[in-house]
Ligand binder design. Structure first.
Ligand code: DAH
Length: 335
């Protein structure tokens, strides 16, 4: 056979065989057939060259080397292709680096709420929920807040005219300004004794500053029975604050006024030498008990409402309430 034609045949056959080899085993078989040193096609070609005349030999030798190098290179290229993982039909390239997911965590206020529930639960208080969209009856009337009271001022509340129209009610509908509403909702459908807390959001168009936000969280507490007294209220609040903030916490009660309690106190907590107001409390006003159908001659109770953010701020030394609502992951990831 003409050695030039044989070289061409060899190269063409090798190219086809390499293209058809679709796995490491098939490729190895092609290597043995076309590039094997001891036997195989290359060996046959060398035999042919051996028969060439001495004039032909340098030219043929050069061509032989070129063809062998080309086939060797094509083999290496095919080997790399086969060992590379294939992209699937969906375009998934599993050689790309994966997406790094950082682990989320619960918001510090959610963590505080859970801890509050845990502590106050140990004092025998059951956790209940109430709606954030309230009617005027539960937010004001039943809480003994008179019609002319400034707490009803449109400038101090988020009244919802659209919700009111949808509900078809005459009275105002608003985002609740206090969790005290839940006291009424619970007493309306439960007979005494009652021992509940309710934790959730409240809304007030306050001027926003370090300690005020127009949405914040409160924990409302209510205990009604036949001999509930102010000393028990103080004990519960003191024990609660100590459980959450540690033995060193100092709280004080300042005489105050709320329409739904008599007597009423404001609760302050010492933080770095300054008293910070953290809530209000008092003995449930007989008018409130009557409004829900309880007999004020038979039962009495105490109630309290605490600002959850302020406790959390004190515990973690956060000096600006706005930090909680900025969704700054660097801040939030510290809790
Ligand atoms: N609702 C009051 C407020 O948001 C706090 C409060 C005061 C709640 C006295 C009470 C209470 O239950 O007895 O300012």
């Amino acid at each position: 056979m003409d050695p030039i034609a044989a070289l061409k045949d060899y190269q063409a056959a090798a190219t086809t065989a390499l293209a058809e080899a679709d796995g490491p085993d098939a490729l190895e078989a092609v290597r043995i057939e076309f590039l094997g040193k001891k036997k195989g096609r290359l060996k046959d070609l060398q035999g042919l060259l051996g028969k060439a005349t001495s004039e032909e030999r340098p030219v043929l030798g050069k061509q032989f080397n070129e063809v062998r190098n080309a086939v060797t290179e094509a083999f290496e290229k095919r080997k790399r292709e086969i060992s590379r993982p294939k992209a699937s039909l969906t375009g998934l390239d599993i050689t790309l680096p994966g997406t790094q997911y950082t682990l989320g965590r619960r918001h510090p206020i959610t963590q505080t709420i859970d801890e509050f529930k845990d502590i106050i639960g140990r004092f025998g208080f059951t956790v209940v929920d109430g709606p954030e969209i309230e009617d005027g009856y539960h937010n004001f009337d039943a809480l003994n807040i008179p019609d002319v009271h400034p707490a009803r001022d449109p400038l101090d509340n988020f009244y919802l005219s659209a919700a009111q129209a949808a509900a078809g009610t005459d009275g105002p509908t608003l985002l609740r300004s206090q969790t005290s509403t839940v006291q009424i909702r619970v007493m309306e459908k439960t007979n005494p004794p009652v021992r509940i807390v309710s934790l959730g959001r409240v809304y007030r168009p306050d001027t926003i500053d370090r300690t005020h936000s127009c949405m914040f969280h409160q924990m409302e507490g209510l205990m009604v029975g036949d001999s509930v007294n102010m000393a028990e209220l103080k004990t519960v609040l003191k024990l609660f604050a100590t459980a959450y903030l540690g033995e060193g916490v100092e709280i004080r009660f300042r005489p105050s006024f709320f329409p739904f309690t008599e007597p009423s106190v404001e609760v302050d907590m010492l933080w770095d030498g300054t008293w910070l107001e953290v809530g209000g409390a008092g003995m449930v006003d007989p008018n409130v008990l009557s409004a829900v159908g309880y007999d004020p001659e038979e039962v009495c109770g105490f109630a309290f409402g605490l600002g959850i953010e302020r406790f959390c701020m004190r515990r973690h030394q956060v000096n600006d309430i706005r930090r909680f609502y900025e969704n700054d992951v660097q801040f939030l990831s510290q809790f």
